[in-house]
Design a binder for this molecule. Structure first.
Ligand code: ATP
Ligand code: MG
Length: 800
């Protein structure tokens, strides 16, 4: 590319900078950041201000300045972000081998070179959550721990938390009062031991191993610091201690570290991200140049204003001003729906309408939600409208059973020590190796501290093992060895071989079941993925890389930015992206903010940032929605509008009940004028956040997990339930429940209440969720205590 003649750059860089077309499209502040190459740099700025754009341009600028591509490292939070950056860079400076990718990918790559230094083999496996849970279970069994009061998930999370904070197994000390600490203390070292024995790592290990590697091997650290002289980290606000340590270790001799971040968009605290990493950057690197970007290029004034009003409610933040020269745009919409079904169907109809009238294309739309389970109903509605959509959750494909099975065979070929892989397929497809046989093999492995496959090889000599079983195991081992002979074949060939040799394909082909046909189709898709991989890696012997790629598919990877489809994703996955029209659904208490944050102000602030991230993805149109009833564990439960909605300047928004207008006809309820709040209603008090009674809002993670038949009955129930109590949006926003009473969450412990028959009393206990929320009231007269299901009761509060 001849845009930036190198010889003119060195001395008169800034002069040249003003003339380079590469820099033309940047503001002064952005240009200052792009051209600051030597020394630490902190780009601190709000959403849509061009941080990511600066990183990309900066890479192009460095290349133009003569810095070799191999010295540049750009770390992103998601593969998607890296892909996008690569795409942008390709346009600015084609065919340059700059390393761009996620921390996890970078660490996987480092570990391949230095595996032995951390006790792994070069061909180590990367276990996904499923596989690591299997190992955790073995560790629990080995330690003889029976989980009664906690779950493997909770233990796994505690271990993950420790790892992200670089607390290794030998240094783990349970916190006082931490209920599961004692279990973690026992099981964490065993889990690690088993992982090493399998020559496997979990996602967190990738980071921890590299952080420790750099800490304990000064020479390696020095070499890598030398190699990666220019490092950039986008979304730095979401780095955890392990990531921080890695970046820091690589920027000591060459402190050319540029990070971008927005503390208001820090949304991974629950995973150990540490906001102080960005806030203390200036302390770590006293000579840092700080660049602030204040202009937003993404959103309309309306959208930006709403975002700003929301985030102001966070106390733990530095205030910053963001402005935009973009037009005012449409008002942000706040829509209330009777049920989740209405919500889904109306959104789908509206999108269909805009697509059919040629106003927008499917890819202009994005729908965000707090948890994945919320997507099902919307998917259904979009399918009904024949609108193409993609769910951005790459795990989906690689999490499918048949895919994981076949990958497990490949994993064993690549790393015969992989116990999780062996356990997965030793009897899949069924080949007469039962549970007790597997248990015996496990016993031998444990006693001799050897991998399961090695124990399986000894089947003939294992005492107490029936001859038939021993033969089955021997056959299995022989088959694996046979597949192993193809290890260096192109991956597509190897996959095909596995499908035939194991009988996997045959079993599915002979099956009448529809789902087995679907499985076959998925395996065809895997073959396609393998052949594409082979094309990209013509050298062959790419099995290890293929496995690495498929296990590092994070949930934002499946995003196809070029395809013309509506995008559906969680708010977490939406980070860094932008769309012309955005819907954020299910803005309800218990969901957003999530139930988990209910008693923790810091977590609540993180939830608010999450909504802030969602809002600031929108370029032109933004709609926030909630439904008065949502299905929860098969029951329609009354929902309560998110307290965050109450923090928005509703008089500046378009408030809609049920029907969202814009061309589509009202479908469900004739919401009248009343349902729209007027500016004076702004002082309506919706259940104050701090109150205790705002608890127990249901968790919706398992909403929509129902079987189709069940769905039918539920739907019938749903419409029945709903018709029994319709209230206006205004009522609901005011905190009134569908029964016409006050929201069950407006009652708190100790509150004085009035009952028409029993007179005044005090709430002495509260329990249950939503429609089943119960208050125990002790009445003044006679001191009698009575229980009430709040939504059906005639209780009214006497005190606020
Ligand atoms: N100087 C500019 N001129 C024109 N468009 C710009 C400029 N700077 C940024 N943009 C555009 O604004 C949008 C937002 O930029 P970008 O994604 O880099 O912001 P960001 O700060 O990384 O946002 P986020 O915090 O959400 O990740 C992009 O479409 C980008 O191309
Ligand atoms: Mg960005």
């Amino acid at each position: 590319m001849s845009l930036f003649p190198m010889d003119r750059l060195s001395d008169a860089a800034s002069d040249h900078a003003l003339r380079s077309p590469l820099l033309d499209s940047l503001t002064d502040a952005q240009r200052a950041a792009v051209c600051h190459i030597e020394g630490p740099l902190l780009i601190l700025a709000g959403p849509g201000s061009g941080k990511t754009r600066v990183v990309t341009h900066r890479v192009a600028w460095m290349l133009a300045s003569g810095i070799p591509a191999r010295q540049i490292l750009a770390l992103t939070f998601t593969n998607k972000a890296a892909d996008e950056m690569r795409g942008r860079l390709e346009r600015l400076a084609p065919r340059q081998a700059v390393w761009m990718g996620t921390f996890h990918r970078f660490c996987a790559r480092m570990l391949r070179s230095y595996a032995e230094l951390v006790g792994l083999r070069e061909n180590f496996s990367i276990y996904d959550t499923d596989d690591s849970r299997k190992i955790l279970q073995i560790a629990l069994d080995e330690e003889g721990i029976d989980l009664t009061h906690t779950s493997p998930d909770a233990i796994a999370q505690a271990i993950s938390w420790a790892k992200n904070n670089l607390v290794t197994a030998d240094r783990y000390e349970p916190r006082r009062g931490h209920a599961i600490g004692g279990i973690v203390e026992k099981v964490y070292p065993t889990y690690q031991k088993l992982m090493l024995r399998s020559s496997a790592v979990d996602f967190d290990d990738l980071l921890v191993h590299v952080a420790i590697l750099l800490k304990e091997n000064p020479e390696v650290r020095r070499q890598l610091d030398e190699r990666y002289r220019y490092i950039m980290v986008d979304e730095y606000q979401d780095t955890n201690l392990a990531q921080y340590t890695i970046v820091r270790a690589l920027s000591i001799d060459h402190p050319n570290l540029a990070v971008t971040g927005d503390p208001d968009q820090s949304i991974y605290g629950w995973r150990g991200a540490n906001l102080s990493n960005i806030l203390e950057f200036e302390k770590d690197y006293p000579k840092v140049k700080v660049v602030r970007l204040e202009q937003n290029y993404r959103s309309t004034k309306s959208i930006l204003h709403i975002a700003d009003q929301l985030i102001r409610h966070n106390i733990r933040r530095k205030e910053k001003d963001l402005f935009t020269d973009n037009p005012q745009g449409n008002r942000v919409r706040l829509a209330t729906f009777p049920t989740q079904r209405d919500e889904a169907e109306t959104i789908a109809e509206e999108i269909a309408h805009e697509v059919r009238t040629g106003k927008r294309r499917p890819r202009d739309f994005a729908i965000f939600y707090r948890t994945n389970a919320l997507s099902r109903q919307i998917e259904h509605a979009l399918r009904e409208q024949v609108i193409p959509y993609q769910i951005v959750n790459g795990l989906e494909f690689y999490q499918r059973k048949e895919i994981k099975d076949v990958l497990a065979y490949l994993q064993l070929v690549n790393n015969p020590r992989s116990d999780a892989a062996l356990l997965r397929i030793i009897n899949t497809p069924t080949r007469g190796i039962g549970k007790s046989t597997i248990a015996k093999i496990q016993e031998v492995a444990r006693d001799r501290a050897i991998p399961l496959l090695d124990a399986a090889r000894m089947a003939g000599t294992i005492s107490g093992l029936a001859k038939k079983s021993a033969v089955a195991v021997a056959k299995f081992v022989a088959m694996l060895d046979l597949i192993g002979t193809k290890a260096t074949a192109p991956v597509e060939e190897l996959v095909g071989y596995v499908l035939t040799e194991t009988g996997y394909r045959e079993v599915l082909e002979n099956s009448e079941a529809e789902e087995d046909h679907e499985r076959l189709a998925n395996l065809e898709e895997l073959l396609t993925a393998a052949s594409e991989f082979d094309l990209r890696n013509p050298g062959g012997a790419g099995l290890e890389q293929f496995l690495e790629d498929s296990s590092l598919v994070a949930d934002t990877d499946a995003f196809e930015s070029d395809s013309d489809k509506v995008t559906m994703m969680t708010l977490h996955a939406a980070k860094g992206l932008e769309f012309p029209a955005v819907y954020i659904v299910a803005c309800e208490e218990g969901l957003l903010p999530h139930e988990r944050s209910r008693r923790d102000e810091e977590k609540l602030e993180e939830e608010r940032r999450l909504l802030f991230v969602g809002i600031t993805r929108a370029m032109q149109d933004l709609t926030l929605t909630w439904a008065q009833y949502r299905m929860f564990r098969g029951q329609q439960a009354p929902a309560v509008a998110s307290s965050f909605l109450m923090e928005l300047p509703r008089h500046e928004m378009e408030l809609i009940g049920g029907n969202m207008g814009r061309g589509s006809a009202p479908r469900y309820l004739a919401w009248d004028e009343e349902s729209q709040l007027s500016p004076e209603d702004d002082d309506l008090e919706f259940p104050p956040r701090e109150q205790d009674a705002l608890i127990d809002a249901p968790m919706y993670d398992d909403v929509n997990q129902l079987e189709p038949e069940e769905m039918q009955t539920r739907k019938a129930k749903e419409s029945k339930t709903f018709s029994s109590g319709i209230v206006t949006a205004a009522d609901l926003l005011a905190g009134k429940s569908p029964s016409g009473g006050i929201s069950p969450y407006a009652f708190k412990h100790g509150m004085m209440v009035q009952h028409p028959e029993y007179g005044p009393g005090q709430i002495v206990a509260l329990s249950g969720n939503g429609a089943k929320r119960v208050a125990n009231v002790r009445f003044m007269e006679g001191g009698e205590e009575r229980k009430f299901v709040i939504v059906h009761s005639k209780l009214t509060p006497l005190t606020e």
